[in-house]
Design a protein around this ligand. Structure first.
Ligand code: F6R
Length: 290
């Protein structure tokens, strides 16, 4: 309905509701795959892109979309859930997109948490309990290696052609949580308590939500030629406003997107309600010293 230009190259499109947001996002992904059948797509999990994935699946079923040559890299994965766990992000992607578009597992990538670490149920910033036959230091070394491998993979793919993002209520992208600094590389992270609470809806209780995850860093996200950020619902309005109308600060990780040369934001009316004036008023990013 309204399209405005502002904040460097952030391009904002406000749509009526979740359905319209999903249609527009699927149309962009469809165009990307049509233009470049072997595109590398950076993908997100969570509730936001589910409708987009459904639309892509419908296009595939209608014989209009060939995904056989695309490669996908996901933003993040929980630590402490096996790959086959129903709430792992790998399972999520299989159920919500990959199975529906006939994408074979060897074209889909996630941070690879070694199987021997997948039994860990709980962890804190300094210790991990529930790991058999591994010292904490061995575990940390293996995790750091898994993170390095993911960055190496991203480099070998030449970055992503298009990165799809949601946004956390606290302004996170991937699991880059608010903090004192932007972290460039793939890394493990303690999930913010409000992130765990927000994600508890997928688990039987908050105690089952992992406390830690592995996420692509800001550098990996910025390897994308184009970024498409989706947001729906009033609970995202403040995060969107802080990300695109406030200063660039690691306290609002999504705010760094103001520096990327090609970002499109598709927000529904509820999520975009605080953006309207801010986007047109401000042309250049400002910075907050952390
Ligand atoms: C998911 C991810 C997260 C989500 C964000 C919003 O892979 O990286 O940043 O995009 O937490 O989640 P939903 O869409 O469930 O509101």
């Amino acid at each position: 309905r309204s399209v405005s230009r502002g904040l460097g190259d952030v391009y904002k499109r406000q749509v009526k509701n979740y359905e319209k947001m999903s249609e527009k996002a699927a149309a962009l992904l469809f165009a990307q795959i049509t233009l470049k059948p072997d595109a590398v797509l950076g993908l997100a999990t969570g509730s936001t892109p589910v409708g987009t994935y459904r639309k892509l699946t419908e296009l595939y079923r209608a014989g209009r979309l060939d995904c056989s040559h695309i490669t996908t890299v996901n933003l993040d994965e929980y630590l402490g859930l096996s790959a086959g766990h129903p709430q792992s992000y790998r399972s999520f992607m299989r159920k919500n997109l990959f199975d529906g578009i006939g994408l074979s597992a060897d074209r889909t990538f996630f941070p690879e948490i070694p199987e021997s670490l997948s039994d860990c149920r709980k962890n804190t910033s300094t210790s991990i309990v529930g790991i058999r036959n591994e010292t904490i230091q061995d575990v940390e070394t293996a995790l750091a290696e898994a993170c390095r491998r993911y960055d190496k993979l991203l480099r070998s793919l030449g970055g992503t052609d298009l990165q799809l993002l949601g946004i956390g209520r606290n302004g996170h992208i991937g699991f880059n949580e608010p903090g004192d600094t932007f972290i460039r590389n793939t890394h493990t992270v303690m999930l913010a308590e409000n992130t765990r609470q927000a994600n508890a809806r997928f688990f039987s209780s908050i105690d089952d939500v992992p406390t830690r995850a592995c996420t692509m860093g800001i550098g990996g996200i910025f390897s994308a030629k184009k970024i498409l950020l989706l947001a729906n619902g009033a609970q995202k309005a403040q995060a969107l406003q802080a990300a695109f109308c406030g200063p660039v600060t690691p306290q609002v990780p999504a705010s760094i997107l103001q520096l990327h040369p090609d970002v499109t934001v598709i927000a529904d009316e509820a999520a975009g309600q605080l953006l309207a004036d801010g986007l047109s008023a401000r042309r250049k990013p400002t910075f907050a010293v952390p």
